[in-house]
Design a protein around this ligand. Structure first.
Ligand code: GRG
Length: 296
């Protein structure tokens, strides 16, 4: 199977759905809707919504059945990027190859655009219940799981410890806490909820969740490596910022080569989790390889 073709097809479906689900720019008060749409459509790999879809497909579902949830998760991700870029946090000027939301709309509107995306995301997650073929009983649990993954015991917790670790020497458990929470939690939950909505078996859901945790950690390690030696144009954001901000990263602790080997080991472990799916797991295996090989 051709991964590039798969990714392109899914991105098209996701972008079309996002365009339908988000309030129009002409909707009053226009500025906030312009700011939300600006950041959502600035680009992005759409990795997390693609993982929701791929998880649903590997257990026998279709993309259309989980699209509101997939899009909701992309809105949460975009919200976290807008807030991460704010002057009070990373103070970044570029994201996804464009000026950051606060640079274009001001800090006040960027904060509100993030809030708007987070709120809209939960509306969309709930909206998945309108699709007749899904497992309706899983709906409240899906919402609970996503909220848990991004809360203070998940993504927000990872971000807090990341900020508190700037300029400090930290050990491996703390670095892994940051990476698994700040980045891994949303990636892992994307896979879990995709399968839950399709009423998958417990072992299948658990295998996808473990696969998600492993690729999530590998994804952040590669993100750290790209921040050292990536190409700014391809990445759409500045490189070298982690070093400037004295961020806790894998390359800072272990160097580039050891970090790359660690990411590769995690990807191999992740692929083992897919054994229960046999041939059907091919796309997820290719996606795992993409995570370490990516240059953007
Ligand atoms: C989510 C409730 C809630 C709060 C947010 C600001 C914040 C708290 C968290 C920041 C989390 C953050 C920005 C983590 C970095 C994750 C990461 C590796 C982002 C880059 O992901 P890509 O490469 O980006 O998938 P694209 O642009 O391709 O979508």
């Amino acid at each position: 199977m051709d991964l590039k073709k798969y990714l392109d097809q899914k991105r098209e479906i996701i972008d079309e759905a996002l365009n339908q689900y988000l309030p129009l720019e002409t909707e009053y008060p226009q500025t906030i809707h312009e700011a939300m749409r600006y950041s959502v459509f600035a680009g992005g790999k759409r990795l997390r919504p693609i993982l929701v879809i791929a998880a649903a497909e590997v257990v026998g579902g279709r993309a259309e059945e989980v699209l509101p949830t997939a899009c909701g998760i992309e809105l949460i991700h975009t919200f976290s990027l807008i807030h991460d870029d704010l002057p009070a946090i990373d103070n970044d000027d570029y994201r996804r190859g464009k000026l950051t939301c606060h640079k274009v709309f001001g800090e006040d509107m960027a904060i509100l655009a993030g809030d708007g995306l987070l709120t809209h995301a939960f509306q969309m997650l709930a909206q998945n219940s309108e699709i007749k073929t899904i497992n309706k009983q899983a709906m409240p649990l899906v919402i609970k799981e996503v909220a848990g993954a991004i809360g203070t015991l998940g993504l927000i917790g990872g971000q807090v410890v990341d900020i508190q670790s700037e300029g400090k020497e930290i050990d491996l458990p703390r670095l892994e806490y940051i990476h698994t929470h700040k980045t891994g939690a949303l990636i892992a939950i994307s896979l879990k909820v995709g399968a839950m909505l399709m009423d998958a078996q417990e072992e299948e859901i658990e295998a996808l969740f473990q696969y998600g945790k492993l690729i999530g950690l590998a994804f952040q390690i590669v993100d750290d490596i790209l921040n050292v030696e990536g190409d700014e144009v391809q990445l759409g954001k500045p490189v070298g910022s982690d070093l400037r901000q004295k961020k806790a990263t894998y390359p800072a602790l272990f160097g580039i080569e050891e970090s790359r080997q660690k990411a590769r080991r995690l990807i191999e472990e992740a692929k083992k989790e897919l054994e229960i799916f046999g041939e059907k797991g091919e796309i997820l295996r290719l996606l795992a390889d993409f995570i370490v090989e990516r240059t953007f």
